[in-house]
Design a protein. Sequence first.
Length: 170
Amino acid sequence: MQKAKPGDIVVIGFSGHGSDSHHLITYDADPVTLDSTAVHVDELTDLFSQIPAANLILFLDCCFAGGAGAKVFHAPIATGAATSAEALLNKISGKGRLILTAANAEQKAIEDRGRGHGLFTFFVCEGLRGAPEITNAGKIPILSLIEFVTRSVVNAAKQFRHNQEPTKKG
């Protein structure tokens, strides 16, 4: 990412598990050693500060809150700071930094096996592929994308009798 130039737009996506200790957990992370095998949101904050691009968009399809759920992973050992996930995300959002998350802090982000993705990832991909209702002269305005993803995820989650509301920071 250090090769990015100030005029670039950098887009990063993560779809996986989030832990109650605020780690982004990939398929190969070791639950006993999350600090060395997963990415803590504090580390993500440090990585973001090293990207020189003036504009950065982060899509996070995972949960950070405790509680049972399809995408919440409970760390067996308390690691990292006790700072809330919302406070950590606020540290990396701001001017030129946009973070879109799959659900609010109290909700789990659900997966739809029929679509082969989490609801959030599925609709982000649909939007970026140029969903007709948001494409404008061959371009995809970011606010239209956010509105499309939010509306689509909320409506699709209701079909599963679930409440899931994507959030935006930055």
